[in-house]
Design a binder for this molecule. Structure first.
Ligand code: RNT
Ligand code: ZN
Length: 414
């Protein structure tokens, strides 16, 4: 224990906050780390299509993982710089197999190296069907396609992903989230939005027709405001999926980049939580649009973490990350993003929640403002440093040196 931690601990105690309780709480929150930051959302299939579903990873920094072994090595390194035990969020296009099955033919055995690796490392797994980067998705229509043959292809993909996720959950003893996001939408103004939305709903119903135990699988659906190429209408809008999740009992995924830029996703949590049991977050940072920048320890992230903690939503929220920056070291992007999520949660755990809520209840808005602003000066950094020291992970200039030396090792990849 460092001197600065001792003094921080005493300072927080003056505010009625127990730093040890905050650190203990932080260790109970796993972050689901997205595999796709490691290779710019490319995946490991032999590609048949050209469309990326409007998802844009920009940049050409050296060191992109080119195969599952490289991606796992990069993840091993990244996880070693992050305190705690976490989860890996896999996309279906990241299969690890000599076979090259089409999306409607993938099966659990195509992913067993990932499960073995997760077991060896004490990680949980989450999963996502891949409804983009495929010839049958080139027109940005999948589950809502007017052609029943195309819809059936993607329904089969969705069903298989659900089975794969449930098997992963069973194997690892920890329910896997299977999160459905489809790029479906229209570049120009459609004339029959209802037909598209009816088709999407029927396809989702078909995918999730079989009941699977919640101890193995959590179904989630992810909305979006718009994407490149589908500027005029997204079939799976927020209203569409909010209603769907409420009526069908699935989890709702809120991606921080999938709303109007001035909307607060943190503000949505408590409202959604009144009607939806399970929430999935895609923590991201939109810059002017859904640009998926690496998440910073900024006001949006702090607000999100504070809502999760103050509204006691962590027990029914899965925190997943969703960003991909190809202009910087991809491993550094992971490490910075996950640690920022953790720092934001730690800060929330360290706030004088009881006093703040009591002041608000008494309509003492002056007191609430004074306390909130004074709290900004509390020594959060010393508590975080202590957390990292106990987990034996570097901070500050040591972290920089560690990240740089790994990046130098992988920079020669072609
Ligand atoms: C796309 C969605 C979706 C993807 C991943 C790769 O806008 O945010 O979550 O980022 O499935
Ligand atoms: Zn997302």
């Amino acid at each position: 224990m460092t001197n600065s931690y001792d003094s921080a601990r005493a300072q927080f105690a003056d505010w009625g906050v127990d730093t040890e309780a905050a650190l203990a709480a932080l260790t109970t929150v796993p972050i689901s780390v997205h595999c796709w930051q490691g290779d710019d959302v490319a995946g490991f299939e032999t590609k048949t299509g050209t469309s990326g579903g409007g998802i844009q990873a920009t940049g050409n920094h050296p060191g992109r993982a080119r195969n599952p072994d490289e991606l796992r090595a990069d993840l091993d390194f990244a996880f070693a710089q992050i305190p705690g035990k976490h989860r890996l969020n896999l996309h279906a296009c990241y299969l690890d197999s000599d076979e090259n099955p089409d999306r409607d033919a993938i099966a659990y055995h195509h992913f067993t190296p990932w499960v073995d690796w997760a077991k060896d490392n004490g990680l949980g797994l989450d999963f996502n069907p891949t409804f983009f980067a495929h010839a049958k998705a080139d027109d940005n229509l999948t589950l809502s396609h007017p052609d029943a043959g195309v819809r059936d292809f993607w329904i089969e993909h969705g069903k298989r992903c659900r089975e794969i996720a449930a098997t992963m959950g069973r194997e690892l003893g920890s329910a896997a989230v299977n999160n459905i996001w489809v790029p479906d939408g229209s570049k120009d103004t459609p004339v029959d939005r209802m037909a598209a939305r009816r088709r999407l709903e029927a396809s989702l119903d078909a995918i999730m027709a079989d009941k699977l135990p919640k101890s193995e699988l959590i179904d989630a659906v992810e909305s979006k405001l718009f994407g490149i190429g589908v500027e005029s209408m997204t079939v799976g809008s927020h209203e569409f999926y909010l209603g769907y999740a409420i009526r069908k009992g699935t989890a709702l995924c809120l991606d921080m980049g999938h709303f109007h830029p001035t909307e607060s996703v943190a503000d949505k949590l408590s409202s959604v939580a009144l009607s939806v049991e399970d929430i999935l977050l895609h923590v991201s940072r939109p810059v002017r649009w859904d640009s998926d920048h690496v998440i910073l320890l900024n006001d949006d992230l702090l607000a999100m973490a504070q809502e999760l903690v103050f509204a006691d939503l962590l027990p029914r929220t899965r925190i997943g990350l969703d960003f991909f920056d190809a202009t910087i070291s991809r491993t550094a992007a992971w490490v910075i993003g996950v640690r920022n999520m953790q720092k934001a949660l730690l800060r929330a755990f360290l706030l004088p929640q009881t006093q703040l809520k009591a002041m608000e209840e008494m309509l003492d808005f002056t007191g609430r403002l004074v306390l909130s602003e004074e709290a900004r000066d509390l020594p959060f950094a010393a508590v975080w440093a202590e957390h990292c020291a106990r987990a034996d992970v570097p901070t500050g200039t040591h972290l920089l040196a560690t990240l740089e030396s790994y990046q130098a090792k992988v920079a020669g990849r072609g």
